[in-house]
Write a protein that binds this ligand. Structure first.
Ligand code: HGA
Length: 604
């Protein structure tokens, strides 16, 4: 997920690697390491903590060599310690590799490798690939990598070096990897900023690409070894633009990252065959009788979605409150209450204080968190990381969808453990969850249509968002996004509540965004749309692909792909994020740093 740099050429590789990793620092990481091909063989230096610790360690034993690989790690499997930092090597130390992403089936591979006598030195999923390479290497590094990758499942960008070869080989699936083309030298990086001081000619690798990089050239094949042609492009990005991946704003970049973020959140945890999920939690689900969700803002709405799922799938009574209220309402808590604290930054003071209050009263605790090492991670008994990577745009997007996915995982986990969710129903849900990254990718293709809708309504003074059941939180989140970055007043209501008051607002000037995807309450939502129409309101519907009824009722329809109704919020919120974004851009707002807001709210 974080930084990768590879170099083969004539310069001092250590300098190129450290410089490149520094340029990727903005993405956040918890440890770093390099491997350089020196006259004495491959030398690895790695350290937990910041790049300055690595640079200091390297300074003590300078590495001479013009080929190397470097990595900044954002831990997913195993704590941010020196041994878990990348590169990882074969046991003889002749092959070194770095990896971004997650090998989902690493546990079964590890057990099989251990049974064949391999000794592991880290807790990472990554290390399995080093041991696999030990078995597949027979003189051709590229072939060895291709063969080893056949055994792994999941998301990865990997880069490998062998001390006998003046080449580096690499591959990607889901996680990004870019080749930088030079004269007598070539580069690899997870992101363009690392390449900019050296070259602007790049090749963006595609899923399934495997490459061999030498000083003179680049050879690309697919996983079967068939040659693949990829076009080199000239990037004219400034450093700032490169940090945004070529997108005009971090927020848009992060919206587009959602397919692989979902892959990260869900990928290694789904066990469709067994109808279970693997969350690695120490908590015993049978010790919990009720859940108190404690969160704020966007994380709060993810928690509200969690409440619907925990009650529907696990029959687990769940209370939901914004943390600033929870803390002062003297909640009734006992030792079988689970305080479920949700936060991107892990530093939100209201959430922390709410959690502390619940703990004082004897609650058990679980955090759903993005930022490793944050205060919240230290105060909860257990953490379910969402693995969304650093989120820089103040208005949260990818952390939200990742939190929704985490809620779905938790609900299945509790549902199965409590016997409330039948294995077949769990299997069906998990298969649907597996499709989510692809489905979100499809929704992202709708951006031109969303931009058109934004153009039509961006002068409105107010917006109303409506949704029912699991789509009520989607409506809240859609309204929040719009408020945060466009400064247009937006309200959200459960659709059935409209007639109890907000209906008075409806006239021909009020755009009403209705979450009208297929599900048990679809018909009721259609009736609410009729009520809006009857009063001249303009309806923008988020509907399920293939729904022919909706265009007759709504002025504008944005279709999302069909998915299990309980998962529909994960695909439906994406057009709402895009709508807020497009409107904010049309109004000339500061999208990434909206006025009055901070990314991590550490005051009460
Ligand atoms: N799963 C691997 C790599 C995580 C990552 O992408 N880091 O940047 C690990 O935990 O080491």
């Amino acid at each position: 997920m974080c930084g990768i740099v590879g170099y083969v050429g004539f310069r001092n590789a250590t300098d190129v690697l450290l410089d490149g990793l520094r340029r990727l620092e903005y993405r956040g990481y918890d440890s770093a390491g390099i491997a350089v091909r020196t006259p004495e063989g491959l030398k690895v230096v790695k350290r937990s903590g910041k790049l300055s610790s690595l640079a200091e360690a390297v300074g003590k034993t300078p590495l001479q060599g013009a080929l190397g690989i470097g990595h900044t790690r954002w831990a997913t499997h195993g704590a941010p310690t020196d041994p878990n930092a990348h590169p990882h090597t074969t046991e003889d130390g002749r092959i070194a590799l770095i990896h971004n992403g997650i090998f989902e089936n690493y546990l079964e591979l590890k057990e099989a490798l251990q049974a064949r006598g391999h000794r592991f030195r880290s807790e990472t999923d990554t290390e399995v690939l080093a041991h696999l390479l030990e078995e597949t290497y027979r003189g051709d590094l590229l072939e060895a990598l291709r063969e080893a990758l056949k055994a792994v499942r999941g998301a990865y960008a990997v880069v490998v070096a062998h001390e006998d070869h003046e080449e580096i080989v690499a591959a990607r699936t889901v996680s990004p990897l870019v080749v930088g083309l030079g004269e007598g030298e070539n580069f690899l990086a997870s992101d363009v900023p690392a390449l900019l001081p050296y070259t602007r000619r790049v090749i963006f690798l595609h899923d399934g690409d495997v490459v061999r990089l030498t000083r003179e050239g680049v050879e690309i094949t697919d996983l079967e070894g068939r040659p693949v042609q990829r076009e080199a492009v000239e990037v004219d990005w400034t450093l700032e633009a490169a940090e945004k991946g070529g997108f005009p704003h971090y927020m848009l970049k992060e919206i587009y990252e959602q397919p692989w973020v979902l892959e990260n959140t869900l990928g290694g945890r789904l066990r469709e065959e067994e109808g279970t999920v693997e969350l690695g939690l120490a908590l015993d689900p049978r010790e919990v009788d009720r859940v108190h969700v404690i969160a704020c803002g966007t994380a709060g709405y993810a928690g509200l979605y969690g409440k619907y799922l925990l009650e529907t799938l696990a029959r687990l009574p769940t209370e939901w409150d914004v943390a600033s209220e929870y803390r002062y309402r003297d909640p009734v808590v006992d030792s079988r209450t689970l305080a479920l604290a949700i936060s991107q930054s892990g530093e939100t003071i209201d959430t922390l204080e709410g959690l502390r209050e619940a703990k004082r009263k004897g609650a058990r605790s679980l955090g759903v968190i993005n930022a490793k090492g944050s205060t919240l991670t230290r105060e909860v008994e257990d953490v379910l990381y969402i693995h969304a990577g650093p989120e820089i745009g103040v208005a949260s997007t990818k952390a939200y969808t990742a939190m929704l996915a985490a809620m779905a995982l938790l609900a299945v986990w509790f549902g199965r453990a409590r016997g409330a969710l039948a294995p077949e129903e769990a299997q069906r849900l998990l298969r649907e969850m597996r499709r989510l990254p692809r489905l979100v990718e499809e929704v992202l293709e709708k951006r031109p249509l969303v931009a058109h809708v934004a153009e039509k309504y961006h002068q409105a003074q107010d917006f109303l968002f409506l949704g029912r059941h699991v789509q009520a939180p989607t409506a809240y989140e859609g309204a929040l996004k719009l408020k945060e970055i466009s400064y247009i007043h937006a309200e959200a209501y459960p659709a059935g509540e409209m007639k109890h008051g907000p209906i008075a607002l409806i006239d021909e000037h009020l755009p009403v965004v209705v979450l009208a995807t297929k599900g048990p309450l679809y018909e009721k939502t259609l009736s609410n749309i009729q009520e809006v129409r009857a009063r001249g309101g303009k309806v923008i519907a988020i509907a399920t692909e293939g729904d022919e009824e909706i265009p007759r009722l709504a002025q504008d329809v944005i279709y999302v792909p069909e998915v299990h109704p309980l998962l529909a919020p994960i695909v439906s919120v994406v057009p709402l994020q895009l709508l807020a974004y497009e409107i904010a851009v049309l109004l000339g707002r500061d999208v990434d740093q909206p006025r009055n807001l901070a990314k991590s709210v550490t005051v009460e």
